[in-house]
Design a protein around this ligand. Structure first.
Ligand SMILES: Cc1cc2nc3c(=O)[nH]c(=O)nc-3n(C[C@H](O)[C@H](O)[C@H](O)COP(=O)(O)O)c2cc1C
Length: 181
């Protein structure tokens, strides 16, 4: 094996790719918004909790603080351009849904819009917000899920044959893994 390179990361930007990027939606004071998020994870099974990490200046963060809720979405590789577009422009300046023709339906447990193109959407109520360096980690309790049943087994595991996700390699590079049959 090639000798590994090492870097001191106390002040630098560490390597941590690949990652599966998702998108967050929110509604506050009658306005809706969408934002690309690479920093996300489930953080508790019972009760089910999902966490996202947003830079302090994100408009999406401000809106989540106002509404106390959000939805997190996983999108197939077919719709990966959404990651780029929702992550390049701010909802402060435009309605990204109309500008980029992103179809939505209303949420059930929250007012956060649900993406028609997502294969998994988690509707969450904010339980806690923790300041983490230059980001704030928003921890939400998952109240409601929307999923594409053709992609999942009954026990909730993702069906291998239907795996079709965009993997973020860093910068604006994505590759598609898997194909829908
Ligand atoms: C691939 C990718 C991943 C991103 N991940 C995050 C993230 O995890 N947290 C974050 O705060 N911003 C992240 N961003 C940046 C925001 O999506 C971007 O600043 C967005 O325009 C903010 O929108 P808003 O101002 O409407 O909130 C990411 C952008 C891209 C392209």
């Amino acid at each position: 094996m090639q000798k590994k390179a090492t870097i001191e990361v106390s002040e630098g930007f560490p390597f941590y790719f690949p990652e599966i990027t998702g998108v967050v939606t929110v509604e506050a004071k009658g306005q809706i918004n969408i934002c690309t998020v690479a920093m996300h994870s489930h953080v508790s099974f019972m009760p089910p909790m999902y966490a996202i990490s947003l830079a302090k200046e994100r408009y999406t963060l401000q809106m989540i603080k106002e509404s106390g809720e959000f939805a997190f979405h996983f999108i197939t590789g077919d719709h990966a351009s959404r990651f780029r577009e929702a992550g390049l422009y701010s909802g402060k300046d435009m309605n990204k849904f109309t500008t980029f023709h992103i179809p939505i339906v209303p949420g059930v447990a929250t007012d956060a819009p649900i993406l028609e193109e997502a294969f998994l959407s988690l509707e969450c109520k904010v339980k806690n917000i923790v300041s983490v360096g230059d980001h704030e980690m928003v921890i939400g309790q998952v109240l409601y899920e929307h999923y594409d049943p053709t992609m999942y087994r009954e026990d909730g595991a993702l069906l291998r044959d239907h795996l079709n996700v965009a993997v973020h390699l860093g910068g604006l590079q994505f590759i598609r893994v898997g194909e829908e049959k």
